[in-house]
Design a protein around this ligand. Structure first.
Ligand SMILES: N[C@@H](CCC(=O)N[C@@H](CS)C(=O)NCC(=O)O)C(=O)O
Length: 213
């Protein structure tokens, strides 16, 4: 497998899932401005949306969209319960979390991270203020769900935790004050210390530094 990724973009979620699943994939870094990948490929030739994560399977099939990729990887390693079994009620609970994180957190938090060249600066400022207005209730919802449990789905790590961890990295990066939700801080520390995750964090930090040089 090949994963087209960008350091600490949302492709980090998929890297965490791969590591937790014990699956190997070649990581190919992409410049998201030019869409040029380090292997010489224009990302748009693989994924017309020009976005990471883009996963190319060994049979050359291309899979995009975090929720789909995460469930695909989880299903490949049933021995590690990264996703509940298909058709189990808990599987829909997992999808509920994946949808919430994608729709209510990822794309709202994302506007605090991206610069949109050519977009009206006043409009950008209103959008940022809207994000700051909306996020506390959404983060509060997650913090309440984590109260008294180690992971989103209970006492076992799932791919939804990989996605939430990525979003909390972003929240810290944009200096969102997480102090009102101690459960989120404790959860973040718990995940950062996981043996599968710590090396991915270190590699992404190194790749980010290299890209900034
Ligand atoms: N709906 C997509 C969103 C992916 C996404 O937002 N990727 C961002 C990086 S975090 C990206 O590639 N941005 C560049 C662009 O949209 O041109 C998914 O779930 O995979």
């Amino acid at each position: 497998m090949k994963l087209y990724a960008s350091p600490f973009a949302c492709s980090f979620t998929v890297r965490v899932a791969l590591a937790e699943a014990g699956l190997d994939a070649e990581i190919v870094w992409v410049d998201l401005q030019t869409k040029q990948a380090a292997d010489g490929v224009d990302l748009r030739t693989l994924n017309a949306k020009g976005q990471v994560p883009t996963l190319v399977l060994d049979d050359r099939a291309v899979l995009t969209e975090i929720g789909a990729i995460l469930q695909y990887l989880g299903d490949r390693v049933p021995a590690r319960p990264l996703v509940p079994p298909p058709a189990a009620f808990e599987r829909y609970r997992l999808q509920e979390w994946l949808s919430f994180i994608a729709g209510e957190i990822h794309k709202t938090l994302g506007v605090l991270l991206i610069t949109a060249p050519g977009f009206d600066p006043a409009g950008a400022e209103v959008t940022r203020r809207l994000a700051h207005h909306l996020l506390p209730a959404r983060l509060g919802h997650i913090a309440r769900a984590l109260d008294g449990r180690s992971f989103l789905m209970g006492e076992y790590f799932t791919v939804a935790d990989a996605y939430l961890f990525n979003m909390l990295i972003w929240a810290r990066y944009v200096e969102l004050d997480l102090a009102p939700w101690p459960a989120l801080g404790a959860y973040f520390a718990r995940l950062a210390a996981r043996p599968a995750i710590a090396p991915v964090l270190a590699e992404e930090r190194a790749a980010r530094l290299a890209a900034q040089r």
